[in-house]
Design a protein around this ligand. Structure first.
Ligand SMILES: *Cc1c(COP(=O)(O)O)cnc(C)c1O
Length: 387
């Protein structure tokens, strides 16, 4: 399906709302019925009817049609955060006694689900280095029901070979879930490679302006109907009409934002790679990236997140450098208009900081919509601070 059609037309029936160009925010909790038959039908199939906005809502429905098509999936569910998309997709596919295989260091709230919540219900998780397919194979047990992936991850950018993992999982009857937040469906299409469920934090690139939280889950109609009925309705974690409207607005410009950010990020990286105060740049499309071949094989692009290894010998130095940057905000998250920096050292105390530990000198950078030369100049003056 043509991406221009998906972003501009699909799901939009303007004759239903005064030929308004922008779809309405249908800000209602409730829907009324003219006949018992219609009401009965809505009870039986809440996912495809408008009964109550904890389930489906017309503004949300337009958005989910577009998101399913973007991913080349049969269906999509839209959540009020990426974290709830993670929670619901995992919970829907496990029962007591089951086993999960997860890539090491997945998104922090996936880790908390696996480590803090699921063990209470008899579900164990094994973390593996996902860069090697043998590691998945060796970790599989008779009771493994879910393989949880995140490719690339958003600090060190390790990749998993989605086609190979999907093939292995299918042959053993295991469900695969991937966090595709970094690439979005514009730069990676997990379903085409055989993955069962693809999720994203819509808070990042889909919204794109740091003003809305959202989560997306795509997959087969059958699987998503079950997740809708069991998980989304029970947790009340569907997106609100207004937030769905903001994501719809963000989607219109998604391809051009990613294109701009990809280009400016490359330019900033080229500058940083040659800087004497930077030991290393970690980025999936960098020529020194260990999994570059795989990155080119399964990703159509790489965006605005990368990590630098600073040459620094104290935590103070890293803090001074960080706050010498005038155009980078120190903040979590990413995917918006504004450039960001998040040094790993920010989580440490001076006593714990060890300059010999590379992990302590990593800083994640996010490039927003700013002109790359404007950001390079900022780096130029801030890097003077380091020895
Ligand atoms: C932000 C993020 C999430 C969680 O999304 P929220 O919308 O913040 O709940 C999940 N995965 C990745 C990779 C993220 O960056």
């Amino acid at each position: 399906m043509d991406i221009s059609y998906i972003l501009n037309e699909l799901g939009e029936d303007r004759s239903q709302y005064f030929n308004a160009v922008a779809p309405p925010i249908v800000q209602t909790s409730n829907f009324a019925f003219d006949t018992f038959e219609e009401l009965r039908n809505a009870f039986a199939n809440e996912d495809s009817n408008f009964l109550y906005s904890r389930g489906n809502n017309p503004t949300v429905d337009i958005l989910s049609k577009k998101l399913a098509a973007l991913d080349g999936a049969e269906d999509a569910l839209v959540f009020n955060s990426g974290a709830s998309a993670i929670y619901c997709s995992v919970m829907a596919n496990i029962k007591s006694g089951d086993h999960i295989i997860s890539v090491q260091k997945p998104y922090s709230w996936a880790t908390r689900l696996f480590d803090n919540i699921l063990p209470r219900f008899g579900v164990q998780t094994t973390y593996i280095d996902g860069t090697k397919i043998e590691n998945f194979e060796n970790a599989i047990r008779p009771e493994t029901t879910v393989i949880y992936l995140e490719t690339p991850n958003t600090l060190t950018f390790e990749l998993q070979d989605l086609r190979a993992v999907a093939e292995l999982a299918k042959s053993r009857g295991i469900i695969t879930i991937v966090d595709n937040s970094y690439c979005t469906p514009i730069y990676q299409k997990p379903h085409a490679l055989g993955i069962d469920l693809s999720l994203q934090s819509g808070t990042k690139y889909l919204g794109g302006h740091s003003d809305v939280l959202a989560g997306v889950l795509t997959g087969s109609k059958e699987m998503l109907k079950r997740i809708f009925n069991e998980q989304l309705l029970n947790t009340g974690s569907g997106i609100s009409p207004f937030n769905a409207w903001l994501i719809l607005r963000g989607l219109r410009t998604l391809p051009m934002r990613l294109e701009h950010i990809s280009k400016s990020t490359q330019k900033v990286i080229s500058y940083l790679k040659n800087h004497p105060k930077i030991e290393k740049v970690i980025f999936p499309f960098d020529e020194d990236f260990p999994q570059l071949e795989l990155a080119h094989r399964q990703m159509f692009g790489a965006c605005g997140l990368f990590t630098i290894l600073l040459k620094a010998n104290s935590l103070d130095q890293i803090e001074l450098f960080t706050y010498s940057l005038k155009h980078f905000l120190v903040a979590v998250s990413w995917g918006g208009h504004e450039s960001l920096i998040m040094p790993q050292a920010a989580a440490l105390t001076p006593e714990i900081f060890d300059a010999n530990n590379e992990q302590h000198r990593l800083a994640r950078i996010y490039i927003g919509f700013e002109d790359p030369d404007y950001l390079i100049k900022d780096f130029e003056q801030a890097l003077e601070i380091l020895i």
